[in-house]
Ligand binder design. Structure first.
Ligand code: NZQ
Ligand code: ZN
Length: 394
């Protein structure tokens, strides 16, 4: 096990009727002026907008709204948000929605503390040392279990100029609190439930595929969480207003990405970067990109450490194996993983989302750009490797 430091500062307010704990968070932070940030309007249909507005009104908090965050959030709206924060002395950015809204809010927080253009921070032209601290804090009301951004240090933004999608990681943007009421997820379309589950699973796959030895505790925590997700993903689609099912998925989503399951090990993260190139150019959902990329990545990489993949497929997907027939067991495991995705209605090939061969080379080259010509920790992947993985996914 590697040495590690672990701190998880987000106050999670989990469950029904979160209003009083939500108010307490706002009161104790002495919040006076909020930027209320949200997406395309789902929160107006399911009552979440009304709940948040009522709380802000009751506490006499001055509120400026900024809506219109798109899935794969754009840096252009973030720039608008930065401008609002600077002109109005905002003291909390409240992200009400999913990963896209939260990531946009984090972008605003970090950009408001930087004198140059916020995109510099996403392409490593500037870093934490260039920020004026402290940052405006971000609070969250989550409406979709998926990205885990409600308690992660990550923010992923898209830039239509150059069709780039890039992550920023900084402890400074971990949300200070997150309201997690499973009831807010009842209105999710079944396809969004699937995309969310795929992302939650992917966050655990990325952590599971490590070269570190002697990480049994986190291996088994990951396996338990992954098995739970195998059980509850389809149920969450079929019983959209079952509180108990939605609660399991919501908490699994937070745990999957709050870094507790990374303790003592380093994750891979190549599949995430390979997927981000797909959603940058084709604007597909992150979760549907991951269900295409992961099986192809496993096909390409398993021979580098067959034992790890055999353990994964045995303990998580119940694949029985005899080590002398490793390849057969791996193929059976990949088939079971693909069946899981397919049962949720997710694609497992690029052709299913109408992506052909024409831009694979371009995406592979962009994927390693500014990253030292390779990505991934489990296996270092060059642009040629990434191109081969895209081809396996055709
Ligand atoms: O915009 P609205 O109208 O709210 O609709 C959203 C959106 O269309 C809808 N939705 C959300 N909650 C709903 C709902 N519809 C009905 N009822 C509800 N309760 O769902 C759609 C997708 O929302 P989005 O926020 O895009 O989903 P998700 O949470 O999957 O976020 C995806 C983004 O997060 C990034 C991804 O790359 C992608 O850009 N990620 C962020 C990470 C992080 N910050 O740590 C890590 C992840 O790996 C990921 O990369
Ligand atoms: Zn993800």
């Amino acid at each position: 096990m590697n040495n590690f430091q672990f701190s998880q500062p987000t106050v999670c307010i989990f469950g029904r009727e979160p209003e009083s704990a939500f108010k307490e968070q706002l009161r104790k932070r002495n919040v006076k002026k909020v930027l209320f940030h949200y997406g395309g309007g789902s929160i107006k249909k399911n009552g979440v907008y009304d709940m948040v507005s009522a709380v802000l009104k009751e506490l006499n908090i001055e509120t400026i709204e900024l809506s219109g965050v798109q899935p794969n959030p754009r840096v252009t709206l973030v720039r608008e948000g930065i401008d609002i924060c600077r002109k109005n002395g905002i003291d909390l950015i409240l992200a009400v929605g999913g990963g896209s809204v939260i990531d946009s809010a984090k972008g605003i927080a970090v950009g408001a503390a930087y004198d140059g253009d916020v995109w510099d921070l996403y392409i490593d032209k500037a870093g934490e040392s260039d920020l004026k601290k402290p940052l405006i804090p971000v609070g969250v009301v989550l409406t979709i279990p998926a990205a885990g951004s409600e308690s992660s240090p990550g923010s992923v933004l898209s830039n239509d100029e150059g069709l780039m999608k890039r992550p920023l990681n900084s402890e400074l943007i971990i949300p200070v609190f997150a309201v997690l009421n499973p009831e807010y997820t009842f209105t999710l379309p079944v396809y969004q439930v699937a995309c969310g589950c795929s992302d939650i699973m992917a966050h655990m796959f990325e952590r599971y595929f490590t070269r570190q030895k002697n990480v049994d505790v986190t291996d088994r925590q990951l396996e338990a969480n992954m098995r739970s997700m195998l059980h509850y993903s389809k149920l969450a689609q079929d019983f959209s207003d079952d509180y108990d099912i939605k609660a399991e998925v919501m908490w699994a989503g937070t745990i999957a990405h709050n870094d507790m399951l990374s303790c003592g090990r380093s994750g891979d993260w190549a599949s995430h970067n390979i997927e981000h190139e797909l959603s940058a150019i084709y604007d597909i959902y992150h979760g549907e990109g991951l269900s295409i990329v992961f099986p192809a990545w496993i096909r390409y990489c398993w021979k580098d450490d067959p034992e790890r993949f055999l353990q994964f497929f045995k303990r998580v997907f119940d694949v029985d194996y005899a080590f002398s027939h490793a390849e057969r067991a791996i193929n059976e495991g990949i088939a079971r993983l693909e069946n899981y995705y397919t049962s949720l209605g997710l694609p497992i090939r690029l052709s299913q989302v109408e992506i052909g061969e024409d831009r694979l080379r371009e995406m592979a080259d962009k994927c390693v750009m500014h990253r030292g010509d390779s990505i991934g920790n489990f296996k270092k992947l060059t642009a040629d490797d990434i191109y081969n993985i895209y081809r396996l996914a055709l």
